[in-house]
Design a protein around this ligand. Structure first.
Ligand SMILES: [Fe+2]
Ligand SMILES: [Fe+2]
Length: 136
């Protein structure tokens, strides 16, 4: 993996999530279940594969914001199917969150981590994402 790949890979993952959000907002059948499943697994895999690892590095402020946003999204997700106001908050936060990760967090990891570290943590992310890890 050459420099900058972790951010490129995660941008592709985020693109899939934004598509599911869009399906949900436009009322596509079964989109709620898919969005909920994807968001839960994505955030859990990110936390386990990437953030725990990165905790040993630096910029705790950004990391803390990202973790707080994950928690807020976990708090909203069960209600977004029945409460339009919560659905709006969730959608806005999810877009803001993905923008923050794509613009700041992953580019920072591109710079701070070695290509080997980036390759390993992305492989771990994919492994955990595929494990259907439950958000706690
Ligand atoms: Fe995230
Ligand atoms: Fe993410």
């Amino acid at each position: 993996m050459s420099g900058g790949l972790i951010s490129k890979k995660m941008k592709l993952e985020h693109g899939k999530m934004l598509k599911l959000l869009n399906d949900f907002v436009s009322g596509k059948k079964n989109s709620y279940e898919k969005l909920k499943d994807m968001q839960s697994r994505h955030a859990s895999a990110e936390e386990q594969a990437i953030m725990i690892f990165y905790n040993n590095k630096k910029d705790f402020k950004l990391l803390r914001i990202i973790l707080e946003q994950h928690e807020a999204m976990r708090g909203y997700i069960d209600e977004i199917n029945t409460n339009p106001a919560v659905a709006k908050k969730f959608g806005d936060l999810m877009k803001e969150h993905i923008m923050l990760e794509d613009a700041k967090f992953y580019p920072m990891l591109d710079k701070d981590l070695t290509p080997t570290e980036q390759k390993e943590i992305f492989a771990n992310f994919l492994y955990l994402f595929g494990q259907r890890v439950k958000a706690v």
